[in-house]
Design a protein around this ligand. Structure first.
Ligand code: IPM
Ligand code: MG
Length: 368
């Protein structure tokens, strides 16, 4: 049997630093668990633009289509702010999502016990929080046509189009219901059916998929603005939230921040199964490239490490090893290790990015 293959695209800003820590974890699994990954690397985002004039080359895109999973760090930075839209770092990421057809973006928002004090919300509101946002990732206003800035009379008009087909809604709804069955069996679907036709269709289709295929799962619907409010008021009422591309972008940032651990949260973007049965997949931290702290050893590598744990779970059928890695992270936090983003407690000195990675490796060793 051939080794599972991984394409690592570390990207910009803190991407390379946090990815270096994931490499330690990957090596650990090779040395101690006998699972050697066939790892290749490529460029995405601003660094790819600097080297090739494009945020993602066709060669890297083709490689991403071949491998079992892609692991991405972060893209973007102020250096690229004035580039044309077509070559901005973000386009590299959007092209990967679109061409790999990664329609289901899983964004867990979990509050680690050791960190419940870091939330801007009261501790009892967030302690033990564990919700999963499923964001549609390949359609909606991010990709709808027409789009552009056009002349209209004597002024310009900026246009984007929100667009969803029934099949696009159906497949992401199924992903959410499947996940809910393995969790607490509840799905809340969010849209603006009171204002948008695409939202009305979303609501109808999610309900139909539920009634025909997942009647055992508890389904509710909420307008996305009310959903944002409920997320801040009492987030523990939710289990799985399913929503469109743009609302999912906003709601997942809000949910991540209320756990107090934006630097801690992973994500998985999954598509249809490939010939080998594994889903097309890309894993990346929810946080961005944090250019203000890049290159200083301050970044928290945990989000990227936990993204690799999601890869173990969803791409490689290694759920118990994913549990092992997640427990190692929890142990390191319970032991009091904190990167600079998690300071606030008296007298705690921050550890560097690589010290945090080493500590996770040591906790993995101790788990054997
Ligand atoms: C995200 C990011 C991206 C998005 C950007 C970097 C294109 O905000 O993954 O949430 O808007 O989807
Ligand atoms: Mg976002």
């Amino acid at each position: 049997m051939t080794n599972p293959s991984l394409l690592i695209l570390a990207g910009d800003g803190i991407g390379p630093e946090v990815m270096a820590e994931v490499r330690k974890i990957i090596d650990w699994f090779g040395a101690k668990r006998g699972v050697s990954f066939d790892v290749s690397e490529g460029l995405v985002g601003g660094c790819a633009y600097d080297a090739h004039g494009t945020p993602l080359t066709d060669e890297t895109m083709a490689r991403a289509q071949e491998v079992d999973a892609v692991l991405l760090g972060a893209v973007g930075g102020p250096k690229y702010d004035n580039l044309d839209f077509s070559v901005k770092p973000e386009r590299g990421l959007l092209r990967l999502r679109k061409e790999m057809d990664l329609y289901a973006n899983l964004r867990p928002a979990q509050c680690f016990n050791a960190l419940a004090d870091f939330s801007s919300l009261k501790k009892d509101v967030v302690a033990g929080l564990d919700i999963m946002i499923v964001r549609e990732l390949t359609s909606g206003i991010y990709f709808g046509e027409p789009r552009g800035i056009f002349e209209e009379g004597n002024e310009r008009v900026g246009i984007n189009t929100q667009r969803y087909t029934e099949s696009e809604i159906e497949r992401v709804a199924r992903s959410a219901f499947e996940l809910a069955r393995r969790r607490n069996n509840r799905v809340c679907s969010m849209e603006k059916a009171n204002v948008m036709e695409s939202g009305l269709l979303w609501r109808e289709v999610v309900q139909k998929v539920h009634d025909e295929e997942y009647p055992d799962v508890e389904l509710s619907h909420m307008y996305a603005d009310a959903g944002a409010m409920q997320l801040c008021r009492w987030p523990k009422q939710f289990d799985v939230i399913v929503t469109d591309n743009l609302f999912g972008d906003l709601l997942s940032d809000a949910a991540a921040m209320l756990t107090g651990s934006l630097g801690m949260l992973p994500s998985a973007s999954l598509g249809a199964p490939m010939a080998n049965g594994r889903p097309k997949a890309l894993y990346e931290p929810v946080h961005g490239s944090a250019p203000d702290i890049a290159g200083q050893g301050k970044a928290n590598p945990i989000a990227c490490i936990l993204s690799f744990a999601m890869a173990l779970r969803y791409s490689f059928d290694m759920g118990s090893d994913a549990d092992r890695l997640e427990k190692a992270v929890e142990k390191v936090l319970a032991d009091g290790l904190r990167t600079a983003d998690l300071l606030g407690e008296d007298g705690v000195q921050p550890v560097s990015t690589s010290e945090m990675g080493d500590a996770v490796v040591a906790a993995l060793d101790a788990s054997l």
